[in-house]
Ligand binder design. Structure first.
Ligand SMILES: Cc1cc2nc3c(=O)[nH]c(=O)nc-3n(C[C@H](O)[C@H](O)[C@H](O)COP(=O)(O)OP(=O)(O)OC[C@H]3O[C@@H](n4cnc5c(N)ncnc54)[C@H](O)[C@@H]3O)c2cc1C
Length: 381
């Protein structure tokens, strides 16, 4: 494995860090308190094609491989303090835009990808249902064939970006006898063309990423809005989760690096008993452990992205990377609460906000328990 960055990757990383530092994360405390999405920041990200990093240039994307996509998202997580906006971009790119690029018809790709890559359109992924989160096999939304399309009925929940989405990639049972593999079909719902209702959900963290339910009542979806063949939905969803488990974690690597650097400055400055608290071994060793684990998690993440680029199977690697990165992220923010002590235990403090944001990292894209189940299966246990 060689992770020496080439000049192009290095330059783009620096460009994103500088751009994010200048343009993103403004008024983050008040926008977090009021759950306000930064549409202007999103549009600015579109000028760098952050919403289409992995998509070939021919379809309006940035044309990066998975490792370079990881590097770019890590830079975004480092440079932008708006974890909600960062999450919106990753959810849009990895669970919606990538599946359209990998599975869409030529007509779908040409019609939708350029606007999605530039951020002119916002996409959401609607898989989860109230009774089927981890247990995606229990999905109840149905797609019944009707004339030149399908009638969709069901109730999706916890869909990131849904309240502001122009396009929703959703999954429905088109052949219950076949189950998850072969029985589920993926559909593209377009705002203004298909009928669906959205209700916003107020989350504990990542509040600047709007999230909602998607309700479908006899919603007609023409066959031309089906993604790939009937029954291909299970495979499309699993593949999108592999991309998300690898590349979304890169955002967290960047955020952790920024928090660690900020905390080193804090423990050098904050005094107790006549010396900096960083001089106490109990504090210093915690930061050392964070650094060591972060370096290790980064290597696993890069290695997995490189494996994805090589076309090899990455299901187990993606789950290992997701498990390591998300558990570290959550654990680190809880430890930072203790290190910053009362300064962090204030509504709207940066550390408190980051902790609330990090809590869900071990839930979305499959919980840690589900990642362990997947890894155990691939280990032959
Ligand atoms: C911030 C955020 C953003 C999200 N974005 C999206 C999105 O854009 N689109 C979308 O479709 N969904 C999204 N989700 C939903 C997410 O995918 C689900 O929350 C997740 O899959 C878990 O499902 P659940 O919440 O229903 O928990 P449940 O499945 O009910 O799980 C409850 C608990 O039981 C454990 N458990 C369940 N089954 C097993 C098992 N087989 N073995 C061991 N333990 C098990 C779980 O690990 C968990 O601890 C998002 C969630 C969050 C928090």
């Amino acid at each position: 494995m060689n992770f020496g960055l080439n000049q192009e990757q290095e330059n783009f990383k620096q460009q994103i860090i500088e751009f994010a530092g200048q343009m993103l994360g403004k008024d983050i405390a008040s926008r977090d308190a009021n759950s306000v999405f930064d549409r202007a920041g999103w549009d600015q990200c579109g000028t760098l094609l952050l919403q289409g990093l992995a998509v070939p240039k021919a379809y309006g994307g940035k044309g990066l491989d998975a490792l370079s996509t990881v590097l770019a998202l890590e830079a975004l997580g480092y440079g932008s303090k708006d974890n909600g906006l960062n999450f919106s971009i990753a959810a849009h790119l990895l669970a919606c835009v990538v599946p359209i690029w990998l599975h869409g018809s030529e007509a779908q790709k040409q019609r939708l990808l350029p606007d999605l890559c530039m951020g002119k359109m916002i996409a959401a992924n609607a898989m989860t249902e109230v009774q089927s989160g981890s247990d995606a096999f229990e999905l109840k939304t149905t797609a019944q064939q009707s004339n030149n399309g399908y009638l969709l009925n069901g109730h999706k929940t916890f869909c990131a970006n849904a309240p502001i989405a122009d396009l929703i990639l959703t999954y429905a049972l088109s052949n219950p006898d076949k189950g998850f593999y072969g029985g589920i079909t993926a559909f593209l719902l377009e705002k203004g063309k298909q009928s669906f209702n959205i209700e916003s959900i107020q989350k504990t963290g990542l509040r600047t990423c709007t999230t909602g339910t998607v309700q479908l009542h006899d919603a007609f979806v023409p066959t031309e809005n089906r993604l790939n063949e009937a029954g291909a939905g299970g495979i499309i969803f699993n593949q999108s989760m592999e991309w998300e488990r690898i590349c979304l974690g890169a955002l967290h690597l960047g955020t952790m690096q920024r928090l660690l650097e900020q905390t080193i400055r804090f423990v050098k400055k904050r005094k107790s008993g006549g010396k900096s608290i960083g001089k106490y071994q109990s504090i210093a060793h915690q930061l050392v452990d964070m650094k060591a684990h972060l370096e290790a998690a980064r290597l696993v993440n890069y290695q997995t992205a490189q494996k994805l680029d090589s076309g090899k199977k990455v299901a187990m690697d993606a789950s290992m990377s997701k498990l390591l990165v998300s558990e570290l992220y959550k654990d680190m923010t809880v430890r930072l609460m203790q290190i910053y002590a009362s300064q962090a235990y204030v509504e709207g403090s940066e550390i408190e906000r980051n902790m609330r944001d990090a809590m869900s990292a071990t839930v979305y894209s499959g919980t840690s328990e589900i990642q362990r189940n997947i890894i155990a299966k691939w280990m032959g246990i």
